[in-house]
Design a binder for this molecule. Structure first.
Ligand SMILES: [Zn+2]
Length: 366
């Protein structure tokens, strides 16, 4: 999506709009030119994705690819800075609503929206076509994040991880071959139902802003060729207690220290190879989608605790059922989520596997 070129973006004055950036001692016109020739892919255009896309579009990244499977809802507006009430009323796809907004902010860059469920099947093609110089994490679930980590390490694409929950945030930038990857630090994703999600715990918008700011700054460093400025660190913030933590990962930078990492040490790309795919399938004759077991059991007690605001019903020791008020079903009423102890789930009220997968990620968190 490229808006009609406006006069402010033509001719030798094309970089005028960036003057407050180019006069930075750390930046300069040459860096601006590099940024204009660069490509960034942002996977997930929720809170973090919106904020980093906004910063990178305004900074002048030449091509921004925005990828999201979801639509805008009213509850997004508290923290997802590229959307407005009309987007929520129309339930516009997030990638398209964000691209539309950003093309009005900066008509001199290319913005490519993709309404896409990022899976082991769709990601390789997306990356082949987009050819990103940097990959930015705006996802809301561990499965997609580990998939991105696999792809980044395999294809040697710098990967800027970020995560926010409650009042806390984390950020880490992975330079494949030069710094530890996500699995060096968190070897396995959390089991389904054990981690809080934004939809069960909530999220403070200010925590989003600080993490997205760190992500965008590191992405810009990568894109202007200043990887030397990126420190191998895991940053942690708690905006409520005003605590900051910086975990130094420099001891994990050399290949020997990382040799036992399944991903960057042993090059076993199991997420990219589809070994953890949830295999969402529409159930025959029903308005429901089953999300197949990922091979990891679901702790139903903890899931029930996380979902308590929806008053879940423990149908049996192996089944928890909950009606998700606020998630409109395609027929009438709300979506209903059935969680099985073996890790399977059924989302009733939709026939769309991508939506079912999104709902599962939002409320169960895997
Ligand atoms: Zn690793």
């Amino acid at each position: 999506m490229r808006a009609q070129q406006s006069r402010v973006t033509e001719g030798p004055a094309q970089f005028d709009r960036y003057r407050r950036q180019t006069i930075l001692r750390e930046f300069g016109v040459e860096s601006q030119q590099k940024l204009a020739a660069s490509r960034a892919v942002i996977v997930g255009v929720g809170a973090l994705g919106c904020a980093s896309a906004d910063l990178l579009a305004r900074a002048g990244v030449g091509t921004l690819t925005l990828v999201d499977r979801d639509v805008v809802e009213l509850t997004n507006l508290q923290r997802q800075c590229l959307f407005d009430e009309s987007d929520a009323i129309e339930r516009r796809p997030k990638a398209e609503a964000a691209a539309s907004r950003l093309s009005r902010v900066n008509s001199s860059i290319r913005i490519e929206p993709h309404v896409l469920d990022v899976t082991s099947r769709t990601l390789p093609r997306l990356l082949r076509e987009a050819k990103p110089d940097v990959l930015i994490d705006g996802t809301d679930n561990a499965g997609t994040r580990y998939l991105l980590n696999d792809a980044a390490v395999r294809d040697t694409i710098p990967f800027v991880y970020g995560g926010v929950i409650g009042t806390r945030g984390m950020q880490m930038t992975i330079l494949p071959d030069a710094s530890p990857c996500l699995r060096c630090v968190f070897e396995e994703p959390p089991a389904p139902g054990t981690m809080p999600t934004c939809d069960t715990t909530g999220v403070l918008g200010a925590a989003v802003a600080i993490v997205a700011g760190c992500q965008a700054a590191d992405a810009i460093k990568v894109l202007i060729g200043r990887r030397d400025l990126i420190k191998p660190t895991l940053l942690e913030f708690d905006l409520w207690s005003s605590e900051r933590r910086r975990i130094d990962l420099s001891s994990m930078c050399n290949a020997t220290a990382r040799r036992n990492c399944p991903c960057c040490g042993k090059h076993s790309f199991e997420f990219l190879d589809g070994k953890h795919d949830d295999d969402a399938i529409k159930l025959c004759g029903q308005l429901a989608v089953q999300i197949g077991s990922t091979g990891r059991e679901c702790d139903l007690d903890r899931a029930a605790e996380r979902l308590r605001e929806f008053t879940p019903k423990r149908v049996s020791p192996s089944l928890l059922r909950v009606s998700l008020a606020g998630e409109r079903a395609e027929s009438s009423g709300s979506l209903e989520l059935s969680l099985f102890a073996d890790g399977r789930a059924i989302v009733a009220g939709t026939a769309d596997p991508a939506r079912a997968r999104g709902v599962y990620a939002k409320y169960v968190g895997a």
